[in-house]
Structure formats: C-alpha cells, structure tokens
Write a protein that binds this ligand. Structure first.
Ligand SMILES: C[S@@+](CC[C@H](N)C(=O)[O-])C[C@H]1O[C@@H](n2cnc3c(N)ncnc32)[C@H](O)[C@@H]1O
Length: 314
C-alpha cells in the first residue's frame, strides 16, 4: 500500500469495477471527455490523469501522442487498468502509479491534467481539493499552470416540486436524475441560479454557499431543490464554444414543504464543503417564504449579493 497523509474519508470514493462499467457505457460523458482530450492534447505533451480508474481517459490522451501518467489510489483499479491498457492501442504510453492524488506531484512539469472525480454539486468526491492543491504546487514548483480537463464547473440550484410517491410508497429521499431527460415528476418553481463558478486554473475555496431570493414563477409545493452541475470539459476559444457535460442532477428534499403562489419570494440558504457528504448540504438548508411588501424594506439586513440577485428577478 502507498503512503498518504490523508484519512481514508478524504480520499474520495473507491468505486467498484461494475460502476466503472457504467461510466464507460455513459456515452455523453465519454464523448465529452474524448472530444475535450482530442482538442487539447498534442503530440509530445506530458499528461497527468488524477483518479484514472480503468485508464480510459489516459488512453485517449496517449492516442493523441502524449506521454501519460495515470494515478489512482485504489489498488484494484490500478490492477484493472494495467490489464486493460495492455489490450488497447496507446496503452503502452501510459505509466500507472498507485498514489493518493492529494499528495502526488510529478518530478517534471505537465502540460495537461485530466481529473474526472466529479460528482453532482461537487459533494462526496475530492475533485476540487485535489485540483486546487495540484494547481498551487505545480505553479510553485514549475512557475506555470497546465491546462485542466475539465476547465470549469458551474454549480446551480433550482427550487422544485418533486413527486416522492413510488407506487403508493412515499419516500422523500435524495434522488439522482439524468440531466438531459425530461422528468415529469419534477416541476421547476423558479429559475436555476448559479451559486458557484469553479475555474480549475484559479485558486478555489472549498466552501460552497448560497444566500438567494427566488421569485416563484408557478404555483405549487416547494419541497425540494434540484442541484445542477455543468462541466465545461474544454473551452475552445478559437471556435467560440465549449465541450460540456452535466453530472446527474441531485434532487434534495427538505423537511417542511412550502405552499407557493406564483409571484411569491423565497429566501434560500445553504453551505457545505466540496467533497463533504450530502447530509452536510442537507442539514444546512434554510428555506423561508418572504412576506409580501415593499422590496426595499424586505431586503434590509440581507447581504448585498442577495439583494442584487433578488432585485434582478423582481
Ligand atoms: C469517477 S472515477 C473516474 C475514473 C476514470 N477517470 C474515468 O473517467 O473513467 C474516479 C476515480 O478516482 C479514484 N480516486 C478517488 N479518490 C482518489 C484519490 N484521492 N487519489 C487517487 N485516486 C482517487 C477512484 O479510485 C476512481 O477510480
């Protein structure tokens, strides 16, 4: 086993091999990362993948002519990746390393870092912690920053009415939803609001928080929040476009549903650390219907960003 200075719960998830099968079969995810890698990686590049799993993304980078180092903390995945890379063209250009991505720093600088430890709302996985630390150390040691795949993650939240009836069995529990499918059991009651923009080339705080006022654009029961996680896997300025991929939506119920009329204003607050368990986010949720009235009086005492966001919607 390798040496690490971090407790097991900070390592990120040790995902069993059958879930890696689901990730490989997720064509939207695979296509986005493959296209991003092909747009960014050039022959002769040094590429580092942090959290390489089966080695698939490292192999895509190797096929672009890069020399690749693929790091994973799970010995089982290093074993699988070793076997799979031997069966795949390009695999011979991938060097596997069993290490904690939170501690790992290569001896030579790298041109591109790939890290897909993404999770809805950036909970549970250590994507942000790993990349923020890597960015800092790489800059300090080599004096420049590599490109990151993904480039940016946008976190948004939307108030919704969620049907929690499962064939007559009521279960208001966290749900995951495929992002590009219609969900007839979920009704949006307000517009999504972006509460965090994470550019991996910039210093980042682990603390994710929101204090927002929503305007209800429909009448209904506000009983959950939908968390939207959009990844700009690569930005291609010359073509004026980005290659995007959404993590699954996370729909979190809260204890006391609110009846809303169209035009009601709702104040919503939450905070959590990126990489924390979903319960930390759930426990911090505060949702409150604001009294009708003069908008300026209503917002007295609220932080400046909340007033601005609320006025923009009013
Ligand atoms: C979501 S999977 C992605 C695997 C692969 N990159 C892909 O796209 O198919 C994340 C991987 O990160 C690894 N991982 C989680 N925490 C880690 C850490 N602290 N250091 C290194 N690897 C880690 C897991 O073992 C897992 O294989």
């Amino acid at each position: 086993m390798f040496q690490t200075t971090h407790p097991r719960e900070q390592l990120g998830q040790f995902i069993p091999i059958h879930y890696h099968g689901q990730m490989l079969a997720n064509t939207e995810r695979m296509q986005a990362f493959k296209s991003a890698i092909e747009s960014v990686v050039r022959p002769g590049h040094q590429v580092l993948e942090l959290g390489g799993g089966t080695g698939v993304l490292s192999c895509f980078a190797a096929r672009c002519g890069a020399q690749v180092t693929c790091v994973d903390a799970n010995p089982e995945m290093i074993h699988w990746a070793g076997q799979l890379l031997r069966q795949n063209p390009g695999g011979e250009r991938v060097n596997l390393v069993l290490a904690d991505a939170m501690d790992y720093m290569p001896e030579h600088p790298v041109d591109v870092v790939i890290c897909e430890m993404l999770h809805s709302a950036l909970v549970r996985e250590q994507q942000l912690r790993v990349l923020d630390r890597f960015r800092h150390l790489h800059q300090q040691r080599f004096g420049f920053l590599p490109r990151f795949i993904p480039d940016t993650t946008l976190l948004a939240v939307q108030p919704v009415q969620q049907n929690y009836d499962f064939m007559g069995y009521h279960a208001a529990i966290p749900l995951f939803q495929h992002a590009s499918t219609e969900h007839k059991d979920t009704m949006g009651l307000g517009d999504p609001f972006i509460y965090s923009v994470i550019e991996y080339q910039e210093p980042q705080s682990l603390l994710q928080k929101a204090d927002i006022v929503f305007l209800a654009h429909a009448t209904g029961t506000l009983n959950a929040l939908r968390f939207i996680t959009k990844n700009l896997v690569a930005i291609i300025p010359e073509e004026g476009r980005s290659i995007d991929w959404h993590c699954q939506y996370l729909v979190l119920p809260f204890a006391e549903p609110l009846q809303l009329e169209k035009g009601d204003r709702i104040r919503l607050r939450f905070h959590y650390m990126a990489g924390a368990e979903i319960t930390q986010l759930n426990q911090s949720l505060l949702v409150q219907k604001l009294p009708q009235g003069d908008i300026n009086q209503l917002f007295q005492g609220m932080p400046h960003e909340v007033r601005t966001a609320a006025r923009a919607q009013a």
